[in-house]
Design a protein around this ligand. Structure first.
Ligand code: XIL
Length: 357
């Protein structure tokens, strides 16, 4: 069956289920989209880039969530369910059920998957908090990476191997991995992942390093060193959690991306959201549209930027503000779809950029 027909079949299936479950009560929300060629995923694949969103498996139960995701996006990432505490809640006991649902959804709808994330300092299981020897923790780290990458080999093509390993001032973050193993934990993690799946693209991912600041320079030096040492790193993820009012439109993003890709690396925008003071105004939604559009345009200019993902799909389920830093209180509405899955100005900003308008 051709890709289009498979897609159409899934789409019709979801639409029918959606109509049965929702009745026709949601009059303003059209499940049948008349403008399929304008769906972001179709436009993005014509431009040779993935457009993705972070999801939680429970959200896939919601017909409108599932249909919007499958229609508009061709890449998916687990917002939480591939993190260490979810996948290995007890030492040696792996739990893939929730993450598998997301991956199965992606396979069914012909979407690529980013795995997020093998090593981080947050959302770790409590059993990791103990006094380890270096050899013991290296063993734990390698066993986790090997088991997870093996489980998803052939289905998860892109991995955030190390997430947020650098502090804002450019020094190594004092995580459990760094404190016990030393800075070599990063090289060792990439080598372990590559040994299991040589076809996977392996990324270093971080926030606040989009423009040309100290942190971005430290990350540049880190990945340049890794490349020189022959460590199997293939890309850098720039998270892109940004504030619409504070974000300078000409921020050095383009030059930062250029110097990373000059090293032979790919770049993914991995967790984009553009938060606004809530409730949003017409003017702030317009500003958000311009930011999404500008960033998408910068990404499209460089062929080695191969994916742009938003950290969520709809403003109905965003990590901001409940789970985000407390300084972001009073902010939200950061995504492309509003709480009723309506397309926001930001959606059209991305669409225009993809169309080259
Ligand atoms: C966030 C999730 O969105 C929240 O649901 C969770 O409570 C905490 O983590 N950088 C990352 C992501 O790399 O994993 C974080 O996700 C957001 C910041």
């Amino acid at each position: 069956m051709t890709r289009e027909r498979l897609w159409l079949r899934s789409f019709l299936g979801i639409t029918l289920i959606g109509m049965v479950l929702f009745g026709f009560s949601h009059g303003s929300i059209s499940l049948a989209d008349e403008s399929e060629p304008d769906n972001l995923r179709n436009l993005a694949s014509q431009r040779g880039i993935f457009i993705g969103a972070a999801v939680m498996s429970s959200q896939l139960n919601e017909p409108l969530f599932a249909s919007t995701l499958a229609k508009q996006f061709n890449m998916v990432v687990a917002e939480n369910e591939m993190k260490f505490s979810y996948l290995q809640p007890r030492k040696g006991h792996f739990s893939f059920t929730a993450a598998d649902r997301i991956v199965e959804f992606a396979m069914k709808h012909d979407m690529a998957v980013r795995g997020h994330c093998l090593l981080w300092h947050q959302q770790n299981p409590t059993w990791l908090n103990k006094k380890w020897t270096k050899a013991e923790l290296l063993d734990v780290m390698r066993h986790h990476i090997t088991t997870v990458v093996q489980h998803y080999r052939g289905r998860v093509k892109y991995w955030d191997v190390v997430n947020e390993g650098i502090e804002d001032n450019g020094s190594y973050r004092r995580t459990v991995w760094y404190n016990v193993i030393g800075k070599d934990y990063i090289d060792e993690a990439f080598k372990a992942a590559h040994a299991v799946d040589p076809d996977a693209e392996l990324y270093y991912n971080d926030y606040g390093a989009e423009g040309l600041n100290d942190k971005a320079m430290a990350i540049y030096r880190l990945v340049r060193g890794m490349k020189k040492r022959g460590v199997p790193i293939h890309g850098v993820g720039l998270q892109m959690h940004i504030d619409a009012s504070g974000y300078p439109l000409n921020s050095g993003l383009k030059r930062n991306i250029q110097r990373l890709t000059d090293l032979g690396l790919k770049v993914h925008i991995t967790e984009m959201d553009v938060r606004l003071t809530t409730p949003a105004s017409k003017a702030s939604l317009e500003r958000q549209r311009r930011i999404y559009r500008d960033i998408m345009e910068v990404c499209l200019e460089n062929p080695n930027v191969t994916a742009v993902l938003t950290w969520g799909l709809t403003d109905r389920y965003t990590w901001i503000p409940q789970h985000a830093p407390s300084s972001w209180a009073g902010m939200g509405e950061p995504l492309l779809f509003d709480v009723n899955y309506g397309k926001k100005p930001a959606f059209y900003g991305v669409q225009e950029a993809l169309k080259g308008l």
